[in-house]
Each structure stands twice: as structure tokens, then as C-alpha cells.
Design a protein around this ligand. Structure first.
Ligand code: ADP
Length: 439
């Protein structure tokens, strides 16, 4: 069964052959064979050019091609063009319908969505929620620069960091300051960004309640614990030797509870951003203090080294940084069996400085590393408890470092040891004053 295109070719070539044949016969009969054949060929050529001209003209005017009745190759070309244009039209309709559906869905989202033109930082489109959450008005704010619209949020600076912009949490809404927003920037094409603002008021309230609850409970536990601890200290085991092991255990447990409460209070303070003022943190005195603590905890069971190779001090809170470093040092001692080595090193790192605490201890299996700094996360609960751990040390260290623009890097291999590195950027380093002789 020939295809319509094959049929069209057959019909056109048949017609050409028939015309030439008739012209040839007529020419032969009248004695002007070549003249008749040439005239017929010219006629065919003119007709073909005319059809080509008609098609080009129609395409130029973008006129819809009518589906022609079956015929030669030109009708077939018309038919194919008409089919292509029908398909394009149907595709266009489908795309428009999809676009409408997407826009309707985006418009109905409870999150504010703003499409921003990257170079000019002008607003291209926004949904209805952007009115309530970001105070944008339609059509006034279409094509308006986004920076001034959201000037009192940290948005303009944040937009400048573009692709690397981290999510902004807990910003007050420009439309209603009691609404708390989280903002996220998604570069979804070379020219356009999507700014998504979500109402996190409830989440923030719950988070605040959780923080307040932990802080209050810890605070309330502190006084009775101090009283218990005081009385326990007053009891003399020598007066009743049979009670000595019980008193010992009670002291140990109340000491643990005390430590737990103190760690929880430290975390609450850090959560609430109640930070002591920044100052120059003298590493010349911090490092020997850390070594002294390690030695006191180790009781001679480990070899403890200290190296001070950086010529800088840090800028931050001495108390908080001491608490972070001291947690790492205490972990190194507690999770390294007797006879192991512990090295505390302060050294240059890139443009900044790093404090590293390395041990030759048990090490941490790789699957635990991503969660190790979570509150109360432990690799081995019994080992942590036996050694007097609260499960909060690394959470405190990470939090403190975060507040100092630094971060915690952990390298560990089971059976070989671990290295915890506190990496500080250049902005947190201060050139150390030259030590005066005999000072
Ligand atoms: P803990 O009070 O239990 O030590 P941390 O938050 O300080 O709590 O540490 C969390 C867990 O990480 C610990 O329980 C321990 O399993 C693991 N860990 C921390 N430091 C080390 C280390 N230097 N070597 C091996 N394991 C460690």
C-alpha cells in the first residue's frame, strides 16, 4: 500500500509524463516536435514555480494552510504543512493550559513565591501569599526592584550572595512583624530566581517553648541538686563504713546530674544568643589550661602533648571557647584507653587558624559521624555514662564554634583514633602581642 507521499509523487510524475507525451505526439503530427516538447516543459516549470510561490507566500503571511484535496506533490506538501501547523497549535494550547495550571497552583500556595530577575533584581511575578507575608501589591510592585521592597529584612545583602545564599530563618514579615518568616532563594534558571518565604511563626513559637522548658527545668533542678550535693559532702563515710560505697555512688550520680544541668543551661544560653562580649582570647594562656585539664582528667594514664604553632590569638568569648575546647579535650581523654596519646595543637589553617585535639583512642565508626554532634547522641551510651559523659559536649562545642564563625571538622578511624578540629576564619584571628621577656 503506497503512502500518500508516494502516491503524490506518482500522480505528479504521471501528469508530467502525460503532458510531455501529448506535446510530443502533437509536435510529431505537426512537424514541430521539439518546439511542442519545450513549450510543454516550460509550462510545467512555470506551474511548479507558481505553486512554490503560493506556498512561500502563505508561510510568509502565517496564514493557516487549508488541508487540500488529494493531488500531486504540492498538495501533499500543503497537507504536511497543515498537519505540522495543527500539531504546533495543539502543543501550544497544551502548554498554555499547563502554564495556567502551574500559575494557579503557585498562586494558591500558602508560601509566598516571588520570581526575581537576577541581573536587575526586579520582581517579575508573585503569588497571592506574597501580599500577606511580604506586603507586595499587585500590580504596583510588578517590575519594582525587590531590594527596597524588603529593605528591613536582611534580603538585599542576602540576594547579593545569590547562588550561595543560605536559608534565612526567623525574619519579621514586612507586612506584619508578628509573623516570622523563613526565606529561601532558589536560582532556577540563568536569569530568574525564586524567592520563597514561609510563615514559621508557629514553629518558632514551639521552638521557643521547647527552649524555655529545658531552661526552666534545668534552672529549677539546680537548687535542689546543690542542696543534695552539699549534704552528701557533709556525710563522712568513715563514720559508717558500710555506707561508704553507697555514698560514693550517690556523689558520683549527683555530680553527673549537676554536669547535665550545667550543660543544658549552657546550651539554653547559647540557643538564646545570650553571648558574653567578644574579646581577645589569649591562646597563650588557653592552651596550658587545656593541657592542665587533660592531665588532671587523665591522672597520668596518657601521654599528653601540646603544640602552639600559630602566632595568633582568637577573637570571641574566652568562657565559651574554653567550654568548647575543654569538651573536646575531655572527650579525647575519656575515649582513649590508658597508654594512649593525646595531642592539643594550635596551628595556622589556610588564612585562619585551627585548634586540633587528636587522640589514639577508640575512634568513631563512619556511620555515626554525621549525627555525632546532635544533643544526646552517643556511639556507646554505656561507655559515655561510665566516663561521666552527658551526651551534650559536642553539641555545645559545635554551637559555640558556629557562634564564632568557625566550624568543627571530625576525622576518625575505629581503633586508630580521632582528630577534632575547630577551624577559625581569618576574621576571628588577631595577631598575638610579642611576649616580653620575664613577663
Ligand atoms: P559525651 O558526653 O557522651 O561524651 P559528647 O557530645 O561529648 O557526649 O560526644 C558524643 C559521642 O561522641 C560520645 O558519646 C562518644 O561516643 C563520641 N565521641 C566524642 N569524642 C570522641 C573521641 N575523642 N573518641 C571517640 N568517640 C568520641
Amino acid at each position: 500500500m503506497p503512502t500518500p507521499t508516494q502516491q503524490a509523487w506518482r500522480s505528479t510524475l504521471g501528469a508530467v509524463a502525460a503532458i510531455l507525451l501529448v506535446a510530443g505526439v502533437a509536435g510529431a503530427a505537426t512537424g514541430y516536435f521539439w518546439m511542442f516538447v519545450a513549450l510543454a516543459a516550460l509550462g510545467i516549470l512555470v506551474w511548479h514555480y507558481w505553486r512554490l510561490h503560493r506556498i512561500l507566500d502563505r508561510l510568509k503571511r502565517r496564514r493557516r494552510v487549508q488541508t487540500p484535496a488529494a493531488g500531486g506533490i504540492w498538495s501533499e506538501l500543503d497537507r504536511l504543512l497543515s498537519r505540522a501547523s495543527d500539531e504546533t497549535l495543539a502543543r501550544k494550547k497544551r502548554l498554555v493550559a499547563m502554564l495556567h495550571a502551574y500559575r494557579a497552583a503557585a498562586a494558591a500556595l500558602p508560601d509566598a513565591i516571588v520570581v526575581v530577575e537576577r541581573n536587575s533584581q526586579r520582581i517579575v511575578w508573585f503569588n497571592q501569599a506574597a501580599h500577606g507575608l511580604l506586603g507586595l501589591d499587585y500590580p504596583r510592585d510588578i517590575h519594582a526592584p525587590i531590594g527596597p521592597k524588603l529593605a528591613h529584612l536582611s534580603v538585599p545583602n542576602w540576594l547579593a550572595s545569590g547562588r550561595h545564599a543560605e536559608m534565612l530563618m526567623d525574619e519579621a514579615s514586612p507586612a506584619d512583624p508578628s509573623i516570622r518568616l523563613s526565606l529561601r532563594l532558589i536560582p532556577y534558571s540563568e536569569e530568574l530566581w525564586l524567592l520563597v518565604a514561609r510563615d514559621v511563626t508557629k514553629l518558632m513559637r514551639l521552638e521557643q517553648m521547647r527552649r524555655d522548658f529545658v531552661a526552666n527545668v534545668s534552672h529549677e533542678l539546680r537548687t535542689p541538686l546543690t542542696v543534695l550535693h552539699g549534704y552528701l559532702d557533709m556525710l563522712d563515710p568513715e563514720e559508717s563504713p558500710e555506707l561508704a560505697p553507697i555514698l560514693d555512688e550517690m556523689r558520683r550520680q549527683s555530680g553527673r546530674m549537676n554536669q547535665l544541668v550545667e550543660d543544658l543551661l549552657t546550651l539554653s544560653r547559647l540557643d538564646a544568643h545570650e553571648r558574653s562580649d567578644d574579646e581577645v582570647v589569649s591562646m597563650r594562656s588557653m592552651l596550658p589550661t587545656l593541657r592542665g585539664e587533660a592531665e588532671a582528667l587523665s591522672q597520668g594514664r596518657h601521654v599528653i602533648e601540646m603544640h602552639d604553632d600559630a602566632t595568633v590569638d582568637l577573637w570571641g568569648s574566652t568562657k565559651e571557647l574554653h567550654s568548647a575546647f575543654s569538651n573536646l579535650v575531655s572527650n579525647a581523654v575519656r575515649y582513649t584507653p590508658a597508654g594512649g596519646r593525646i595531642a592539643i595543637r594550635f596551628q595556622p589553617d589556610g588564612e585562619g587558624a585551627a585548634l586540633r585535639v587528636a587522640d589514639s583512642g577508640y575512634g568513631i565508626p563512619a556511620q555515626h559521624l554525621p549525627r555525632i554532634t546532635e544533643r544526646f547522641y552517643r556511639v556507646s551510651t554505656s561507655r559515655s555514662r561510665e566516663s561521666g559523659g552527658t551526651g551534650l559536649g559536642l553539641a555545645i562545642a559545635k554551637h559555640v564554634l558556629g557562634l564564632h564563625g568557625a566550624y568543627l571538622a571530625i576525622d576518625s578511624e575505629v581503633g586508630v583514633g580521632s582528630t577534632f578540629s575547630c577551624i577559625f576564619p581569618r576574621e576571628r584571628c588577631r595577631q598575638r602581642p610579642v611576649a616580653l621577656p620575664f613577663s
